[in-house]
Design a protein around this ligand. Structure first.
Ligand code: ZN
Length: 393
């Protein structure tokens, strides 16, 4: 199993300066390699690939010992590969006849990640195992302290450093991470993804109340309005920009944190979890939290707050899939159509069953329930039917 681990880095001020320089040099390498490809094609019609560019690294490093030569050839190769991937994606889009978007030059502050293959001389994880604290070694930067808040398992394949505002993170991508199966609970559940709660299960449990995230979104909206009033180039504007960036980062952290907690609680509680397949809806569930009933008064309130709460579902399902795999739990995705307007007791499907956002009442049999729980029950039933069919086939 492949899995990644992210930790906060605690560089010394000297190391932080070196990290900044390292990012900057890799950015310039990226831009130079892009320029090279552009002019070669534009002037001579020659297509240059990763192989040629990588072969030139040796010369570049030799010519600039105090600059590019300081860093690991491995991380520079990864940067050239990243450009190669950008081109590959560009050509794929061209071929498919879609709007292409030629790979772009990365401006300052638009290049925030460097990746190293985890080999001894370029970068190594837990580089001073005898030390009390965990450190990661990065060539040209040193042994940087890591706030390792959980255990790392498997084999570290790549080490990335990421800058987020003023903070630095290390991301380990590990192979052969052993699964940690959980004991069976004998319980199966469907979950409805929502706005008030990230997930509601068919047995009525709610996972991750998103009130805190919504409060965060309100503050972000206020900060953005404030920013819009500031004069360009002013000190106040710079401060307002920093405030918006910090709030964006806070939203990301809270969302991730909530998603991890909810996913963990779910895999602990249930052997089988059925959820809606978001790829089918294209994540276009409208503001009332259902596809079928868009809701009227929500459009205005929508905006930022909505988009922040909605964006969490994709992240959450990815995390849930990882945890389910590790714990040996079964995850089933079902088509979300009609799950919110169908009665989970008698199966009657009608728009009128759902009169408010929270309330469900069946016009045929009178069954009343919380709308999310009713939907989760339908999702569970669909998932179990799918499972039966798969077994019979
Ligand atoms: Zn009914």
């Amino acid at each position: 199993m492949r899995r990644s681990f992210t930790f906060l880095l605690r560089p010394t001020s000297k190391q932080a300066a070196a990290l900044t320089q390292c990012l900057e040099d890799h950015r310039q390498l990226y831009n130079a390699a892009l320029e090279h490809r552009r002019t070669a094609y534009g002037k001579a019609g020659v297509t240059i690939g990763y192989g040629e560019q990588s072969a030139e690294l040796k010369e570049i490093r030799k010519a600039d010992p105090g600059g590019q030569g300081r860093w690991s050839a491995g991380s520079q190769q990864q940067t050239l590969r990243r450009l190669d991937k950008a081109f590959a994606a560009f050509f794929r889009r061209v071929k498919a006849g879609r709007k292409a978007g030629y790979p772009r030059f990365k401006g300052r502050g638009r290049f925030d990640t460097v990746q190293w293959p985890a080999v001894k001389n370029g970068a190594s994880w837990d580089s001073q195992p005898s030390d009390r604290v965990t450190r990661v070694y990065l060539l040209g930067i040193g042994h940087v302290r890591v706030h390792r808040h959980r255990r790392v398992s498997g084999t570290v394949k790549t080490i990335s450093v990421k800058r987020e505002d003023a903070r630095w993170f290390v991301v380990l991508s590990c192979d052969e991470v052993p699964a940690e199966p959980l004991p069976a609970t004998g319980v199966v559940a469907g979950i409805d993804l929502g706005v008030a709660s990230l997930a509601t299960s068919s047995d009525g449990e709610r996972f991750d109340n998103q009130r805190h995230l919504a409060a965060c979104a309100d503050r972000l909206a206020a900060a953005q309005r404030d920013l819009a009033r500031k004069q360009r180039g002013s000190m106040r504007r710079r401060k307002a920009v920093a405030r918006v960036a910090a709030l964006h980062a806070m939203v990301r952290r809270r969302r991730l944190d909530g998603a991890h907690k909810a996913a963990l609680a779910l895999v602990r509680a249930y052997d089988v979890i059925v959820h809606e397949d978001l790829r089918i809806t294209g994540m276009t569930r409208s503001a009332s939290g259902t596809i079928e009933q868009p809701g009227r008064n929500v459009a205005q309130k929508a905006g930022l707050n909505r988009s922040i709460l909605d964006a969490g579902w994709g992240v959450f399902l990815t995390i849930l899939a990882d945890k389910a795999e590790s714990a040996g739990r079964e995850l089933i995705a079902v088509e979300p159509r009609n799950t919110s307007r169908t009665c989970s007791r008698c199966g009657h499907c009608a728009k009128d069953n759902r009169l408010t956002q929270a309330g469900f009442q069946c016009v045929a049999c009178g069954h009343a329930a919380h709308a999310d729980v009713n939907a989760a029950k339908n999702i569970l039933r669909a998932g179990l039917a799918l499972r039966e069919a798969a077994r019979a086939a």
